[in-house]
Design a binder for this molecule. Structure first.
Ligand SMILES: [Zn+2]
Length: 321
Protein backbone atom coordinates (compact mmCIF):
# COMPACT_ATOMS: atom_id res chain seq x y z
CA UNK A 1 0.00 0.00 0.00
CA UNK A 2 1.40 3.40 -0.96
CA UNK A 3 1.43 5.48 2.23
CA UNK A 4 3.63 8.37 1.10
CA UNK A 5 3.19 8.71 -2.65
CA UNK A 6 5.83 9.78 -5.11
CA UNK A 7 5.65 13.49 -5.80
CA UNK A 8 8.07 16.13 -6.95
CA UNK A 9 10.21 17.06 -3.97
CA UNK A 10 10.00 20.51 -2.42
CA UNK A 11 13.44 21.53 -3.80
CA UNK A 12 12.30 20.35 -7.26
CA UNK A 13 9.13 22.49 -7.14
CA UNK A 14 11.14 25.47 -5.90
CA UNK A 15 13.62 25.20 -8.77
CA UNK A 16 10.73 24.96 -11.27
CA UNK A 17 9.38 28.24 -9.89
CA UNK A 18 12.79 29.90 -9.70
CA UNK A 19 13.83 29.13 -13.26
CA UNK A 20 10.82 31.05 -14.64
CA UNK A 21 11.68 34.15 -12.62
CA UNK A 22 15.43 34.60 -13.02
CA UNK A 23 16.90 36.22 -16.09
CA UNK A 24 18.80 33.84 -18.42
CA UNK A 25 21.62 36.42 -18.31
CA UNK A 26 22.09 36.00 -14.53
CA UNK A 27 25.46 34.29 -13.75
CA UNK A 28 23.67 31.53 -11.76
CA UNK A 29 20.99 30.82 -14.37
CA UNK A 30 22.88 27.90 -15.97
CA UNK A 31 23.47 26.32 -12.55
CA UNK A 32 19.76 26.63 -11.71
CA UNK A 33 18.83 25.02 -15.04
CA UNK A 34 21.38 22.24 -14.49
CA UNK A 35 20.23 21.55 -10.91
CA UNK A 36 16.61 21.45 -12.08
CA UNK A 37 17.64 19.07 -14.89
CA UNK A 38 19.17 16.66 -12.35
CA UNK A 39 15.99 16.78 -10.25
CA UNK A 40 13.88 16.06 -13.34
CA UNK A 41 16.01 13.08 -14.38
CA UNK A 42 15.85 11.68 -10.83
CA UNK A 43 12.09 12.18 -10.64
CA UNK A 44 11.54 10.60 -14.05
CA UNK A 45 13.53 7.54 -12.92
CA UNK A 46 11.51 7.24 -9.73
CA UNK A 47 8.27 7.56 -11.72
CA UNK A 48 9.42 4.72 -13.93
CA UNK A 49 10.23 2.51 -10.93
CA UNK A 50 7.14 3.50 -8.92
CA UNK A 51 4.80 1.23 -10.92
CA UNK A 52 6.70 -1.85 -9.75
CA UNK A 53 6.26 -0.86 -6.10
CA UNK A 54 2.48 -0.82 -6.64
CA UNK A 55 2.72 -4.56 -7.44
CA UNK A 56 3.83 -5.41 -3.89
CA UNK A 57 1.23 -7.04 -1.59
CA UNK A 58 -0.80 -4.14 -0.24
CA UNK A 59 -1.71 -5.81 3.07
CA UNK A 60 1.88 -6.35 4.26
CA UNK A 61 4.02 -3.78 2.41
CA UNK A 62 3.76 -0.10 3.36
CA UNK A 63 5.55 2.08 0.81
CA UNK A 64 7.03 5.53 1.42
CA UNK A 65 8.55 7.60 -1.39
CA UNK A 66 11.16 10.28 -0.62
CA UNK A 67 10.98 10.31 3.19
CA UNK A 68 13.55 12.68 4.70
CA UNK A 69 14.30 12.00 8.35
CA UNK A 70 16.67 13.31 10.97
CA UNK A 71 18.66 11.39 13.52
CA UNK A 72 21.70 12.47 15.58
CA UNK A 73 21.49 15.84 13.77
CA UNK A 74 21.98 14.14 10.42
CA UNK A 75 19.38 14.28 7.67
CA UNK A 76 18.93 11.38 5.31
CA UNK A 77 16.49 10.88 2.46
CA UNK A 78 15.43 7.55 1.09
CA UNK A 79 14.05 7.23 -2.44
CA UNK A 80 11.81 4.36 -1.36
CA UNK A 81 11.25 2.66 1.98
CA UNK A 82 9.21 -0.55 2.21
CA UNK A 83 8.02 -1.41 5.70
CA UNK A 84 6.70 -4.90 6.43
CA UNK A 85 5.90 -6.59 9.77
CA UNK A 86 9.18 -8.54 9.65
CA UNK A 87 11.72 -6.50 7.68
CA UNK A 88 12.46 -3.16 6.02
CA UNK A 89 13.88 -2.47 2.59
CA UNK A 90 15.51 0.77 1.45
CA UNK A 91 15.87 1.49 -2.27
CA UNK A 92 18.00 4.08 -4.03
CA UNK A 93 16.75 4.74 -7.56
CA UNK A 94 19.34 5.69 -10.18
CA UNK A 95 18.23 6.98 -13.56
CA UNK A 96 21.54 7.57 -15.26
CA UNK A 97 21.77 6.77 -18.97
CA UNK A 98 25.53 6.36 -18.64
CA UNK A 99 27.18 3.03 -18.05
CA UNK A 100 28.60 2.40 -14.60
CA UNK A 101 31.81 0.42 -14.17
CA UNK A 102 33.18 -1.40 -11.16
CA UNK A 103 36.72 -2.65 -10.78
CA UNK A 104 36.81 -5.50 -8.27
CA UNK A 105 40.59 -5.14 -7.78
CA UNK A 106 40.53 -1.48 -6.74
CA UNK A 107 36.95 -1.78 -5.39
CA UNK A 108 36.08 1.45 -7.18
CA UNK A 109 33.19 2.64 -9.27
CA UNK A 110 33.96 4.77 -12.31
CA UNK A 111 32.45 6.16 -15.49
CA UNK A 112 34.13 6.58 -18.85
CA UNK A 113 34.03 10.04 -20.38
CA UNK A 114 33.50 10.53 -24.13
CA UNK A 115 37.25 11.15 -24.52
CA UNK A 116 37.99 7.76 -22.92
CA UNK A 117 39.09 9.06 -19.50
CA UNK A 118 38.09 7.03 -16.45
CA UNK A 119 36.45 9.21 -13.81
CA UNK A 120 35.83 7.79 -10.35
CA UNK A 121 32.33 8.08 -8.96
CA UNK A 122 30.83 7.48 -5.55
CA UNK A 123 29.64 4.07 -4.51
CA UNK A 124 25.81 3.97 -4.76
CA UNK A 125 25.62 0.84 -2.61
CA UNK A 126 27.45 2.56 0.24
CA UNK A 127 25.09 5.50 -0.18
CA UNK A 128 21.98 3.37 0.37
CA UNK A 129 23.82 1.32 3.01
CA UNK A 130 24.38 4.53 5.01
CA UNK A 131 20.70 5.37 4.69
CA UNK A 132 19.80 1.92 6.01
CA UNK A 133 22.18 2.43 8.95
CA UNK A 134 20.71 5.86 9.77
CA UNK A 135 17.22 4.40 9.53
CA UNK A 136 18.11 1.70 12.06
CA UNK A 137 19.44 4.47 14.35
CA UNK A 138 16.23 6.43 13.81
CA UNK A 139 14.10 3.41 14.74
CA UNK A 140 16.22 2.87 17.84
CA UNK A 141 15.82 6.51 18.93
CA UNK A 142 12.06 6.31 18.31
CA UNK A 143 11.86 3.20 20.49
CA UNK A 144 10.87 0.85 17.67
CA UNK A 145 12.03 -2.74 18.00
CA UNK A 146 14.86 -3.42 15.51
CA UNK A 147 13.91 -5.16 12.30
CA UNK A 148 16.29 -6.55 9.68
CA UNK A 149 17.00 -3.83 7.11
CA UNK A 150 18.23 -4.64 3.64
CA UNK A 151 18.99 -2.23 0.80
CA UNK A 152 19.23 -2.14 -2.98
CA UNK A 153 20.13 0.18 -5.83
CA UNK A 154 17.50 0.25 -8.60
CA UNK A 155 18.72 0.97 -12.11
CA UNK A 156 15.57 2.52 -13.49
CA UNK A 157 17.01 3.36 -16.90
CA UNK A 158 17.03 0.20 -19.04
CA UNK A 159 19.75 1.73 -21.24
CA UNK A 160 22.30 1.97 -18.43
CA UNK A 161 24.59 -1.01 -18.01
CA UNK A 162 26.66 -2.07 -15.01
CA UNK A 163 29.99 -3.44 -16.19
CA UNK A 164 32.14 -5.32 -13.70
CA UNK A 165 35.82 -6.14 -14.09
CA UNK A 166 36.58 -9.33 -12.19
CA UNK A 167 34.12 -10.99 -9.87
CA UNK A 168 32.01 -9.00 -7.42
CA UNK A 169 28.87 -10.90 -6.39
CA UNK A 170 28.44 -8.54 -3.39
CA UNK A 171 28.00 -5.72 -5.93
CA UNK A 172 25.85 -7.46 -8.55
CA UNK A 173 23.44 -8.79 -5.92
CA UNK A 174 22.74 -5.21 -4.74
CA UNK A 175 21.89 -3.78 -8.18
CA UNK A 176 18.44 -4.57 -9.52
CA UNK A 177 16.33 -3.36 -12.43
CA UNK A 178 12.89 -1.81 -11.86
CA UNK A 179 11.10 -4.94 -13.09
CA UNK A 180 13.01 -6.92 -10.48
CA UNK A 181 11.58 -4.98 -7.51
CA UNK A 182 8.63 -7.35 -6.74
CA UNK A 183 10.85 -10.43 -7.09
CA UNK A 184 13.53 -8.91 -4.83
CA UNK A 185 10.95 -8.25 -2.11
CA UNK A 186 9.59 -11.80 -2.48
CA UNK A 187 13.12 -13.20 -2.11
CA UNK A 188 13.71 -11.26 1.10
CA UNK A 189 10.29 -12.39 2.34
CA UNK A 190 11.27 -16.00 1.62
CA UNK A 191 14.03 -15.70 4.23
CA UNK A 192 11.17 -16.04 6.73
CA UNK A 193 12.17 -13.41 9.25
CA UNK A 194 9.97 -13.56 12.36
CA UNK A 195 7.09 -11.10 12.60
CA UNK A 196 8.20 -8.25 14.86
CA UNK A 197 5.56 -5.57 14.31
CA UNK A 198 1.93 -6.44 14.96
CA UNK A 199 -0.81 -4.46 13.18
CA UNK A 200 -1.08 -1.86 15.94
CA UNK A 201 2.69 -1.25 16.04
CA UNK A 202 2.86 -1.10 12.23
CA UNK A 203 0.29 1.70 12.38
CA UNK A 204 2.33 3.53 15.03
CA UNK A 205 5.60 3.26 13.07
CA UNK A 206 3.75 4.37 9.94
CA UNK A 207 2.50 7.51 11.76
CA UNK A 208 5.94 8.21 13.23
CA UNK A 209 7.55 8.03 9.80
CA UNK A 210 4.96 10.35 8.27
CA UNK A 211 5.14 12.90 11.08
CA UNK A 212 8.94 12.92 11.04
CA UNK A 213 9.31 13.75 7.34
CA UNK A 214 10.98 17.13 6.86
CA UNK A 215 11.38 18.85 3.50
CA UNK A 216 14.75 20.34 2.65
CA UNK A 217 14.52 24.15 2.93
CA UNK A 218 17.53 25.66 1.19
CA UNK A 219 18.08 29.40 1.08
CA UNK A 220 17.85 29.84 -2.69
CA UNK A 221 19.24 33.38 -2.45
CA UNK A 222 22.45 32.16 -0.83
CA UNK A 223 22.72 29.00 -2.92
CA UNK A 224 22.45 30.83 -6.23
CA UNK A 225 23.86 34.18 -5.17
CA UNK A 226 20.60 36.00 -5.88
CA UNK A 227 19.14 39.24 -4.55
CA UNK A 228 15.41 39.98 -4.33
CA UNK A 229 15.84 42.28 -7.35
CA UNK A 230 16.90 39.25 -9.42
CA UNK A 231 13.43 37.73 -9.03
CA UNK A 232 11.03 38.85 -11.76
CA UNK A 233 7.65 39.95 -10.46
CA UNK A 234 4.27 39.74 -12.19
CA UNK A 235 1.78 37.04 -13.15
CA UNK A 236 3.20 34.83 -15.91
CA UNK A 237 1.06 33.79 -18.90
CA UNK A 238 0.71 30.00 -19.08
CA UNK A 239 0.27 30.12 -22.86
CA UNK A 240 3.26 32.18 -23.95
CA UNK A 241 5.40 32.74 -20.84
CA UNK A 242 5.08 36.56 -20.98
CA UNK A 243 4.64 38.74 -17.93
CA UNK A 244 3.12 40.65 -16.34
CA UNK A 245 -0.47 39.70 -17.07
CA UNK A 246 -2.85 42.51 -16.22
CA UNK A 247 -5.80 42.10 -13.89
CA UNK A 248 -9.12 42.78 -15.66
CA UNK A 249 -12.69 42.29 -14.51
CA UNK A 250 -13.04 38.92 -16.25
CA UNK A 251 -9.58 37.53 -15.41
CA UNK A 252 -5.92 38.18 -16.16
CA UNK A 253 -5.03 39.41 -19.62
CA UNK A 254 -1.74 38.66 -21.37
CA UNK A 255 -0.72 41.77 -23.31
CA UNK A 256 1.38 39.63 -25.65
CA UNK A 257 -0.90 36.79 -26.73
CA UNK A 258 -4.19 38.33 -25.42
CA UNK A 259 -5.17 35.10 -23.66
CA UNK A 260 -7.29 35.50 -20.53
CA UNK A 261 -6.91 33.28 -17.50
CA UNK A 262 -8.80 33.44 -14.22
CA UNK A 263 -6.32 31.45 -12.14
CA UNK A 264 -2.82 32.31 -13.33
CA UNK A 265 -2.33 34.65 -10.34
CA UNK A 266 -2.53 31.62 -8.02
CA UNK A 267 0.57 30.18 -9.69
CA UNK A 268 2.38 33.47 -9.12
CA UNK A 269 1.52 33.32 -5.40
CA UNK A 270 2.80 29.72 -5.37
CA UNK A 271 6.01 30.92 -7.03
CA UNK A 272 6.39 33.52 -4.31
CA UNK A 273 6.06 30.95 -1.54
CA UNK A 274 8.42 28.51 -3.27
CA UNK A 275 11.12 31.10 -3.91
CA UNK A 276 10.93 33.19 -0.73
CA UNK A 277 10.10 30.31 1.63
CA UNK A 278 8.32 32.66 4.06
CA UNK A 279 4.95 34.32 4.66
CA UNK A 280 3.50 36.98 2.36
CA UNK A 281 1.81 40.27 3.29
CA UNK A 282 -0.80 42.11 1.22
CA UNK A 283 1.80 44.73 0.40
CA UNK A 284 4.38 42.27 -0.92
CA UNK A 285 1.63 40.43 -2.78
CA UNK A 286 0.52 43.73 -4.38
CA UNK A 287 4.05 44.28 -5.63
CA UNK A 288 4.62 40.69 -6.73
CA UNK A 289 1.35 40.42 -8.69
CA UNK A 290 1.72 44.04 -9.90
CA UNK A 291 -1.69 45.07 -8.56
CA UNK A 292 -3.03 48.60 -8.19
CA UNK A 293 -3.81 48.34 -4.49
CA UNK A 294 -3.08 46.44 -1.30
CA UNK A 295 -6.82 45.78 -0.88
CA UNK A 296 -6.95 43.98 -4.20
CA UNK A 297 -4.09 41.78 -2.99
CA UNK A 298 -5.89 41.15 0.29
CA UNK A 299 -9.08 40.08 -1.49
CA UNK A 300 -7.12 37.64 -3.66
CA UNK A 301 -5.13 36.17 -0.74
CA UNK A 302 -8.42 35.64 1.14
CA UNK A 303 -9.47 33.25 -1.66
CA UNK A 304 -6.57 30.90 -0.94
CA UNK A 305 -6.47 28.28 1.83
CA UNK A 306 -3.68 30.08 3.74
CA UNK A 307 -2.87 30.37 7.39
CA UNK A 308 -3.33 33.94 8.63
CA UNK A 309 -1.07 35.35 11.34
CA UNK A 310 -1.30 38.89 12.78
CA UNK A 311 -3.80 41.68 12.23
CA UNK A 312 -4.38 44.69 9.97
CA UNK A 313 -1.26 45.90 8.15
CA UNK A 314 0.92 43.24 9.81
CA UNK A 315 -1.27 40.37 8.59
CA UNK A 316 0.93 37.69 7.08
CA UNK A 317 -0.30 34.73 5.07
CA UNK A 318 1.48 31.38 5.24
CA UNK A 319 1.05 28.29 3.15
CA UNK A 320 -0.42 25.40 5.12
CA UNK A 321 2.05 22.52 5.25
ZN1 LIG B 1 0.53 35.09 -23.25
Amino acid sequence: MIIFPLKKSYPHLRLEALVTRVSPTHPSYETIVSDLGKRKIGYFGEERASYFFTLLPSDTCLIFHGLRLNVDNLYFQMDVLVLTPSFILVFEVKNSTRHLHYDSKTEQFYKIETDGRKVGTYNPIEQVHNQAYLLSRWLQVKGVEQLPIDYYVVRSNPKSVLEITGSAPHITSKFISSENIPNTVRKVDARNFPIILDKKTMKKVNQKLLHSHEDLHLDLFKTYDLTHDDIHVGVICKDCGSRPMVKKRNGWLCPDCTSIDKNSWKLAVDDWFYIMNEGITAKTCQHFLQLDSRHQAKRLLAQLPLEIVGENIKTTYFRKE
